[in-house]
Each structure stands twice: as C-alpha cells, then as structure tokens.
Design a protein around this ligand. Structure first.
Ligand SMILES: [Zn+2]
Ligand SMILES: [Zn+2]
Ligand SMILES: [Zn+2]
Length: 983
C-alpha cells in the first residue's frame, strides 16, 4: 500500500437529492408547473385508455367567493377517490364544475350597483345578467387557481359551468322532460318566501335560528249555537282560544283546526266567558293566562266541533272549525320545523289544541283548507307588506304589524294573554332574514301525481303530500300514462338501490323523500335559466310544451339563455306558432327562472351525458357534505329519474363539517377560522391533504393550528422514511443489482412481507373510501416497522459491508421494493412528495408516480411475520435493558455492549437459529444466549477493541496486517473494496 486508506471514504454513506427539508411552499408550485407542462392529467388518462371507467361526478361549488377550509376538504376527498381509483387501474376522469346562477351573485351585484348609485330595476335584465355572468367567471377563475394549488388533477381548462350555453340548454330541455313525464304543474301554494329578496325559497335554502316572536292567545267567538256542543253551554259567551307566534297571519285566518279524537273542555273563567281548549292543556293554559279560578262546565270530543263556525277575532268573517289529524298536544319534533307556523302541529305546553288556520301561510293550513274548500287567501305582497284590502293594517310591513296587532287585540278585548317567545324559526340562508310562508302561483314538480301535460298545465295544486306504502302506484284514470310510479315512489326505490357511505345516509335520504312536499322549482329572480314557458295573451293558455322547449333550448345552446331576455316571443317560438286553444299569435314569456337546485341537479344529463366521450350516466360516486341530502343529492335524484328512471349515482359519500380544535363551528367573528391559503403558504398543500386523510371525514372534522402542527410532524416521518430509503439506493440498479427473493436475508424478506401486509390494508381502505385506515396503516408501517425496526437494524449492513456484497444488495433490494410501493400507495394523499420521491428512485419506467398503478397484491408470508414478531418482542426487552445501562453510564453507544440473554429452552432453541444475526438485530457488538428458567437480560461491556471503521467491538481488531485498526468483518469488506477498485 502506497497511501494509507481513508477509512471514512470506505463507508457507504447515503446520498440523495431528495432533501430532508421539504420546503413545500416553493417546491409544490414548481411541481405543479412541471405537471402542467407535461400535461400530466392527459398522460394519466391516456395510460388508462380502454380500461373500465370510474366516474366521480363533481358537485359544483358555488362560484361566488374564495375557497374555505370546508371546500378544500371536499375537493381533496374527491381527489383521493379519483386518484385511488386511477391507481387501481380504472380510467378515472375528473371534470370539475361550478354552480354559477342564483341569488348570492344577484345580491352581490345589486350591492355593487347600489354603491354606484344604480338600481337593478333601472337596468335591462340582459345587462344585469351580463354583470352577474362576469362576476361568476371571476370567482370561478379564482377558485380554479386555488383548487389546482391543492394538487388536484382534472379538466381545469374546460370545467362545466351551469351558465354555459350547452348546460343552460340541457337544463331547459330537462324541464321539458319533467313536463313530458307529467310531473310539472303550476299552482297556488304556500311556499317559503324571503320578503327581503322577494323570491320563493327551496327547503334547502332556509336555515333555522333562534328568533323571538310574540306569543299570543286570541279569542274567537263561537258563532254557532253552543247548545249544539253541550246543553251546559246554553246562554254562555263561548270562545275558542287559539295560540300563535305569528300575529301577522291572523288577518288571513279562515278557520280553526281541532283534533277529532282529543277531549276538549269548556272552562268558565268568569260569570260570562267560557273558553274552549284541549282538556289536556286546560290547566297549563289557565296558569299561563293567569286565571286563579276556573271551572270545567263541559267536556266533549273535537269531532263534536267539526264544521261549526266561529267568528274572526275582529273581522266580519267566518272562521270554520275543522277536524285535522295534524293537531297535536305533544312536544315539537324535528319534522315540525318544516312548517313556519309550527304552532299548527304542536306547541308543547304553549298550545290550546285549537289551531289557527291561515291557508295562505302554512303547509298544514293549506292542506286542511283545501279539504274543507276554504279560500287560499294571501293578503301579503312579495315585499312582506299587507295588501290594501287588509283592514287597519293595509300597507304595513308584517313584522312591524305584529306588535300593533297584539295591541289592537288587547284594545278590542280579544287578547287572552301575550308574552315574548323564543323558538327556532326559519331564516333565509342568503340574506339571513326571517322568512315567511306565502301562497303564490308557482311551478311545482309533483311528488305523488302524474298527469298529462294538458291536465297539469295550469291547475291548482290539490294533492296532499302523502307517504306511500311500498308498491303503491299511482293509477290516475284520467292519465294517459298508466301504471307509472310516482316520482316519490321511484325515488324511494332508487334510494334502496344506491350504496351509502356512511350507511345512515340511506335512512336520511329515505325520510327526506317520504315527507318532502312537492318541489317548487320557480323563482322570481333574473340570474338563472328562465322557465321556457309562454302564455297566450288572448286566452292566457300556458304553452308548456316539451317540443316548444326543445326549440327554445336549441337557441340557448348557441346564445345562452340570455336569448330569452334579448329576443321577442316571436323569435323564440317556432315560426308561425299559434295558440292551440284560441289560435292567437300573441304571447308573453314566463318571467320566473328555475330553482338553482334544478340547475345543479341537471348536471347528471348536462354534464354526464354531454361529455359522453369522457363521462357516463349514472356516475359511480357523488361525494359532498351532509347538507346536500336536502340539496344536490336530492335534486339530482329527481332529475335522474325524470331523465332515465334511475338515480344518477351508484354511491353517495358524505363528509362532515370542519370545526375548530374544540369542536366548535369555525367563524370569522370568533377568530377560529383555519384559512386554506394560510396553511398552504405556511406549510404546504400537502399538509392539508395529509390532514384530510388522517381524520374521520364521515363526522365533523377538527382543524386548528395545533392539530396541523401534529400533521406536520407526521409528514416529516413519511418524508424521512422516503429519504432514508432513497439515500441508501444511491447507485443501485434494480435490474442488475437485485437479489432474488429466495436468496435475500430473512430480515429483508420479513420487510417485504410486512410491506405486502400494509399494502393490502391500505388498498382495502382505499377501496372502501376509508382513507383514515389507509393513512394509519401507512403511518404505522413507516414509524414502527421501518423506522424503529428495519431501518435501525440494516443501517450497519448498508454502511459497512462492501457495496456489492450480497448482504448490502439484499437490503437494497428490499428498500427498492419498499420505496417503489410506498410511493404508489402514498401518491393519492401525498401527491407532491410521492412524485418527488419517485423522481429520485432509480430506473422508473414512467415519468410520474401518478401514471403508475398500485402493484398487484402479493401473498403475505404470515409464518415469517409471526417468527419476527417473536424476535422483535425479545428485542424490545433487550432495548429496554440497554437503555437502563446507558442511563447508568455503564455503556455509551449500544455497540459498547455485550448482551447476555437467559431464556427458557424453547426460546433458546428459537434464538440459536438466528444466533449470527442477533448482534445486528440488537445493534450490539456481542450476544450470548443461555438456557435458564425465565427471560433475563444482562448488559456487559463488549470484549475486545472498538473497530475504527464500524465501531463494533471485536477481539480480532489488530489481527490483520494490512488493516490494523479494523475488525474481521471490515477487513473482508476493505479487501473486497480494494479488489474491485483495481479490477
Ligand atoms: Zn333572503
Ligand atoms: Zn290562446
Ligand atoms: Zn469493523
């Protein structure tokens, strides 16, 4: 030897460009740019051409504001679904979409106009709609930028927009389809109404909040002869007492409902006055109203009161007494919330069992009044003011009128009692103002009736929403469509066919469709798809004809539905069209637009079918937040049935809300909001994605700085795992250097068996949309099996043995398989990091991990895993003893130690099979195994001298002339290294 050997240079230290520090804030945008340049999405789709398709259909977020943490969670979960299916080998396209029409944009644009001193009503509708369109485009572009930043691949250049010409045309056509099927009618019915926004609202557009209302008990004088009820009432002044929290509905009172089977009491509270209330509530009523003494002078069933007459509390009008099963005496239940005038159904202890009935202002009121033939009377205009005909209060805002009506009743001696009342009351989810129930002419989709178009055209709604029994079919003798199931029945059948994750979704959707009223699809607004119906100016006939609608839809397909506002009727109707009833050629257009839920529900045809080369009907999965049981899941189901007699989805997945670290709702005013762009800028989108994988999304999901910092720690563990593996694969050529599995060291084969086990678990989690279980399996594998065990043990082998020795190559072969598999398994979650690691992994066949697929499942060698579990249990005991010795300064590094193990005969025999490897498994210099009674671990000083190269102790250091400071193992390695250097 001419020069002394530099021992440090003979150690195989790890080397990789995969940095320890992720620097995601910079590296993620760079990778996104690269993906865009290589058109990664197209490459992934191309790689799966001809395979089975898997369609996740994107529920369109509202193109209004920037994304928040809930939207981010939603999109990330969708990306998990798409990417896992793609990795399973499906062609899994992702076509994102945006919901562009609707009230929030109108409101915003109105506000902006107001700032410039302009009013919406002064602008042509077409101009107003153009501004709305521009606003939606801007918001959509911002959201697209943010969603892409999350690492979500898809058709971002060509998302679907509910305001695009093709889409609007499909929406109009689908309305025609509903008409054709006989589901649509126009009728006067009470609907949720926002007096601020002056439009009807869907059920999904109201939210319940605490609200204080006046609670009043009002006397209605009995007009009929009291003797008809009971002889004891002869000559008395008898009143029915009603209770309401909406005094403003009293001018519209047309009747009083009592339950036919309940007992009612006539109680005398003074010499002259007798009140009729439900017997069960009479005591509570007397207490509330402050009657010190009262006497029950008669008791009778509610049936006795049927069709008797009362007089309105102050108007010269009869109030008909009716028998209704909807009258209750119990506590309010959730169902009751569906009714604004919820005192109708139940008022707990507050009611009287005599229910004020205003058919124009309540659903139950409407139904019973129809039955009894009362007028559907609504004296409230669209802005919430009483019409002029209302005595004393005409022109007054209804909420302003509330206290005045109470005082008026008091002055007139008709008020029994009043107080303030706190209850949950429906509010408009857009403008947050309290809403009302108001009867107006609207277009409805009937849940229960099927008629021909001609019959349904302009008739009033008369059907009660009813719950159908299984197999109940509508057989309307007048209908041309025989034996066709109602929309409700079909929906219930489809709900049973769809898969629900979590499973409770089925019950929830089922209940929703069992009880939902007819769907009011008309809105009195401008920014949406116009209802493509004409009215004859001469005879008022409604031209609601699918063929005419198709003609209009053809125009929309070219010009968007702006054409409805820009063109006269004659240019929208087929040339020479005449009224089928009176032959007139003079028409006017419907001014209402379609409910935005009709818009988004149409996506099952407007997107799934118009993009037939990419997508198909039905989709495999719809995935949204739980609010969509009332919203998109709901309207899509009706739309799918109208279009194809089928649900548009095979599976529904729902996620919960994002709440703060304590489980409280996130809100700007509390300051507990976790904004996605802040998290991304600070830690990287990868951290948000990892968080989304780590939580149980089927429930409400917590997010806070502290939670995110734990996610950052977990991320580091994944990153360090990949880095360790990549560093030790420097220069490894899997084709030339791999060791066949049967020649690998047993520990390395154990690592592969563990990998196969975790891969099976992770893929099973992915298949069941249980990302959390996949995450946990992968996390535990990286931290326990790899980091704490395998990597710890093989470090010595990788560093010390000659580079091409079978010992080192065997470990590298395992490491290579592990890294390759981990990159694939992690890729749906850690989209950026897995791809970065993939790039640093030698000899990859494809340019991105996202083009690759999950490896096919390998059989797991359970016998091998069990043997090593036994070894690792013993190792844990040894590590504990080493820790004690280190703390007591008996040893420094574990390599200073010799372990003396005493074990029972069986364990001793088991350990002797592994004797040569034990020192490496325990990471000590020497091990002795003795047979004893029970397990005992003793730690002593290792024999011999410390090897300068590997730091193990050996009694042979100094035996080798050429390498005087190293052990026998290093001497072999060094001569091998020098031999290959000169070869
Ligand atoms: Zn509103
Ligand atoms: Zn006509
Ligand atoms: Zn050595």
């Amino acid at each position: 030897m001419t020069e002394p050997l530099d021992l440090k240079k003979t150690v195989n230290l790890p080397r990789t460009d995969f940095a320890q520090k992720a620097n995601l804030g910079q590296s993620e945008p760079a990778r996104l740019k690269k993906w865009k340049e290589m058109d990664l999405y197209a490459q992934v789709i191309e790689a799966r051409k001809g395979r089975d398709k898997f369609i996740l259909h994107d529920g369109p977020p509202y193109a209004n504001a920037d994304i928040h943490i809930g939207t981010a969670l939603n999109k990330i979960l969708k990306d998990f679904v798409v990417k896992t299916r793609s990795m399973m080998g499906f062609e899994a396209p992702y076509v994102p979409g945006y919901d562009c029409h609707g009230l929030p944009i109108e409101t915003l644009v109105e506000k902006k106009l107001a700032e410039k001193g302009k009013n919406k009503n002064d602008l042509p509708v077409a101009t107003f709609r153009r501004i709305c369109r521009e606003h939606a485009s801007t918001a959509m572009n911002n959201q697209t930028r943010d969603f892409q930043r999350l690492g979500i691949l898809g058709e971002w250049e060509t998302p679907y927009l509910t305001m695009s010409p093709e889409y609007e045309s499909s929406t109009a056509r689908l309305f025609g389809k509903f008409l054709e099927r006989g589901y649509v009618y126009k009728g006067l019915r009470p609907v949720y109404w926002c007096i601020h926004d002056q439009t009807a609202l869907a059920e999904a557009e109201v939210e319940y909040k605490e609200h204080t209302s006046p609670s009043v008990y009002v006397k209605f004088p009995l007009k009929s002869d009291p003797v008809d009820i009971d002889a004891a009432l002869a000559g008395k002044d008898v009143f029915l007492v009603i209770w309401t929290t909406t005094p403003w509905t009293l001018p519209a009172n047309m009747g009083i409902a009592v339950h036919p089977d309940f007992d009612y009491s006539a109680i005398e509270v003074s010499d002259a006055e007798v009140f009729i209330v439900a017997s069960e509530l009479s005591k509570a009523f007397a207490e509330t109203a402050g009657f010190a003494e009262y006497e029950e002078i008669a008791r009778f069933k509610g049936a006795k009161l049927d069709r008797l007459e009362a007089r309105h509390a102050w108007l010269d009008r009869t109030s008909l007494i009716m028998n209704g099963e909807h009258v209750t005496l119990g506590e309010a239940d959730a169902e009751v919330e569906l009714d604004v005038r919820f005192e109708n159904k139940s008022a707990g202890k507050s009611g009287t069992g005599c229910v004020h009935t205003a058919p124009g202002h309540g659903a139950d009121d409407f139904h019973i009044s129809k039955k009894y033939g009362l007028e559907i009377y609504n004296p409230v205009d669209s802005a919430g003011n009483f019409t002029a005909e209302v005595e004393h209060f005409g022109g007054m805002n209804i909420f302003d009128a509330n206290p005045k009506i109470v005082e008026f009743l008091r002055d007139g001696g008709m008020l029994v009692y009043s107080e303030k009342y706190q209850h949950r009351y429906p509010h408009c989810w857009r403008c947050k103002n309290p809403v009302v129930f108001r009867a107006t002419p609207q277009w409805f989709v009937s849940m229960d009736e099927i008629g021909t178009n001609a019959e349904r055209g302009m008739r009033n709604a008369e059907s009660d929403a009813q719950v159908l029994d299984a197999n109940d079919e509508i057989q309307d003798p007048k209908s041309k469509i025989q034996n066709t199931k109602s929309l409700r029945r079909q929906a219930l059948d489809e709900i049973a066919r769809v898969k629900w994750h979590p499973e409770w979704g089925e019950g929830r959707m089922n209940n929703m469709f069992k009880s939902r009223p007819d769907w009011c699809v008309s809105r009195q607004r401008s920014w949406g798809v116009p209802i493509p119906v004409f009215y004859c100016q001469a005879c008022d006939e409604a031209i609601a004809d699918p063929k005419i609608i198709d003609h209009v839809a053809d125009i929309f397909a070219v010009e968007t539905s702006d054409a409805w506002y820009a063109r006269p009727e004659s240019e929208l109707l087929p040339e020479g069209f005449k009224c089928p009833k009176c032959n007139s050629a003079d028409f006017r257009k419907e001014t209402d637009i379609l409910d935005v839920w009709f818009d988004s529900g149409s996506s099952c045809v407007a997107v799934l079918e118009t993009r037939g080369e990419t997508l198909r009907f039905p989709a495999d999965v719809y995935l949204e937040g739980g609010d969509q049981y009332r919203g998109w899941f709901n309207s899509s189901l009706s739309c799918g049935i109208a279009a194809h007699d089928s649900a548009p989805y095979k599976q529904i997945i729902t996620h919960g809300w994002v709440v703060d670290g304590e489980g409280k709702k996130q809100s700007k005013s509390i300051g507990n909001v976790t904004a996605p762009h802040e998290i991304i800028n600070k830690s990287g989108a990868e951290i948000l994605r990892l968080w989304a994988a780590a939580v149980d999304y089927t429930e409400d999901v917590r997010c806070s700085d502290e939670i995110l910092s734990r996610v950052v720690d977990a991320y580091r563990k994944f990153r360090n795992t990949l880095r360790y593996a990549l560093g030790n694969l420097d220069g490894f050529d899997p084709t030339a250097d791999s060791v066949p599995e049967n020649e690998m060291l047993e520990l390395d084969r154990w690592a592969i068996a563990s990998l196969n086990e975790v891969a099976a678990k992770a893929v099973m989690g992915y298949e069941g949309y249980d990302f959390q279980s996949a995450y946990h399996a992968l996390y535990n594998f990286c931290t326990v099996a790899l980091s704490a065990r395998y990597f710890d043990i093989i470090k010595d082998r990788l560093y010390i043995f000659a580079p091409r020795s079978v010992e080192r190559r065997s470990a590298q072969t395992a490491l290579y398989t592990i890294t390759d598999t981990l990159c694939r398994l992690l890729s749906p979650i850690l989209v950026f990091t897995s791809d970065e690691a993939w790039e640093n992994l030698p000899a990859q066949g494809v340019a991105s991990v996202h083009i690759a697929e999950f490896a096919k499942a390998e059989a797991v060698d359970n016998e091998l895993l069990m043997r090593w579990e036994r070894l690792f249990a013993i190792r844990d005991e040894v590590l504990k003893a080493l820790e004690v010795a280190r703390n007591e300064k008996e040893i420094g590094s574990s390599l200073d130690a010799k372990v003396v193990l005493s074990t029972d005969a069986g364990t001793t025999r088991f350990l002797l099979d592994y004797f040569d490897q034990l020192r490496y498994i325990f990471i000590v210099s020497q091990v002795e195994v003795h047979e004893g009674d029970s397990m005992k671990v003793e730690i002593g000083k290792a024999d011999g001298v410390k090897c300068e190269r590997c730091w193990n102790y050996s009694v042979h250091v100094g035996d080798f002339k050429e390498y005087p400071t190293v052990c026998e193992r290093c001497a072999d390695a060094l001569s091998e290294i020098e031999r290959s250097a000169t070869a």
